[in-house]
Design a protein around this ligand. Structure first.
Ligand SMILES: [Zn+2]
Length: 335
């Protein structure tokens, strides 16, 4: 199964740029910005980076964020992610970037865009195509929604395909962001909010109804509402499921207890993703392997998960067709 999962050409649809920073990348950033106080020696950094609990995860996350000062840092981050994706035979990823956080931290918008652009070019040379989702950090309120929309629409960088919403869900209603999503959709960006990760199915309903979500980030709690599951199936709205992330943040007790089984049984379009991979000790290959093992999936069922991600992506039709053909070939040679 391990070599089969590796051979499948994969697509990642839910990964946060800052949350994708691995030890090599952070080491480079820490040595460039020693004033940030992040360990500059590998062994010490690896200890700092080992997942302990959610509070420590946030501490590491904001430490990485604090070292992102300009285009070179963004470039380092993007290329580090691309190398890791290439290593796992991931061919395409839609990467979530939060411009509002970088800009309020003092980075010029042009610096952010230049780093994304040069990083994306280097990723393509490594065989990994990257697209961007610009998302609203929901906890920062309407001003973050307004600024994120304005930045996305005025800059409209190459590869920007979607508009998202992340951060805590409790007390941060999805509906208040509806005008920003409407404007983003009118401008041709796809709607991909997080919902139902840390709150119940009503948040997923709101994402679908108020934000016209085309995919749902997580959506884990949909299994508590059969009518919602039916709606997701009927409308073909895929879920970006991140099993290890859900275990690490204690939304579910274990991979075995993850509701992905119920989602699959109900016919919901499930895609597997990593969220903030090195922080959670996750890899995309690891997610496929963990789910395949926990739920005793056949190679054909695992290949379907890879196909789901291709179909749920915002790749052009021709690229989807060629990736689907390649997945079919891998499955045929495994049989
Ligand atoms: Zn996420």
């Amino acid at each position: 199964m391990r070599s089969f999962v590796h051979a499948l050409p994969k697509v990642e649809l839910h990964v946060h740029l800052v949350g994708s920073a691995g030890v090599d990348t952070v080491l480079e950033l820490a040595r460039r910005h020693p004033e940030a106080g992040v360990p500059t020696e590998r062994a010490e950094l690896e200890r700092f980076y080992t997942f302990r609990d959610f509070d420590h995860f946030l501490k590491v996350y904001w430490a990485v964020q604090s070292m992102l000062k300009g285009r070179a840092d963004i470039h380092t981050l993007v290329v580090g992610l691309a190398r890791e994706l290439a290593r796992q035979n991931v061919r395409y990823a839609e990467v979530t970037v939060t411009p509002y956080n970088h800009i309020t931290d003092g980075m010029a918008g042009d610096e952010l865009l230049a780093g994304l652009e040069s990083g994306r070019a280097e990723a393509a040379a490594l065989g990994v195509d990257l697209a961007w989702c610009f998302d609203i950090p929901g906890e920062k309120g309407l001003v973050a929604g307004r600024e994120t929309l304005a930045f996305a629409l005025s800059e409209r960088p190459d590869g920007l395909v979607s508009f998202g919403l992340a951060g805590p869900e409790a007390g941060v209603g999805r509906a208040q962001f509806a005008p920003f999503f409407a404007a983003a959709r009118d401008a041709g960006l796809h709607s991909v909010p997080h919902a139902g990760e840390t709150t119940g199915p009503e948040t997923v309903w709101s994402a679908v109804r108020d934000l016209r979500a085309e995919r749902i980030g997580h959506g884990t709690s949909c299994v508590d509402d059969p009518a919602l599951m039916e709606h997701l199936v009927l409308k073909g709205i895929p879920l970006e499921v991140c099993p290890t992330s859900n275990v690490r943040t204690r939304q579910v007790a274990s991979i075995e207890a993850h509701p992905v089984r119920q989602m699959l049984d109900a016919g919901v379009v499930v895609t597997l993703n990593t969220d903030d991979p090195p922080f959670f000790g996750a890899t995309l290959e690891g997610e496929y392997l963990a789910v395949a093992t926990a739920f005793d999936l056949t190679p054909a069922q695992v290949a379907t998960l890879a196909e789901n991600a291709v179909l749920a992506s915002f790749l052009p039709g021709g690229r989807k067709t060629s990736l689907l053909e390649e997945i079919a070939d891998v499955l045929a040679s495994a049989g």
